[in-house]
Write a new protein. Sequence first.
Length: 65
Amino acid sequence: MLKIGIAEDDFKIASLLSEALTENNYATTTVNDGLDALSLFKENDFNLLIIDIMLPGINGLQLCK
């Protein structure tokens, strides 16, 4: 099963993404803050990351760097 990390601060969008991906047999982990995302992404081996540009803590562009 492929693992997808989601960094999204809008609860509704994060829930929709996670639900749609889970229904299609992907394992998802969701965080709503850039700093939490940085820690999570460093500690886990995800196949794909979905990152919002406007995140609290650090933004999505900084997170990608």
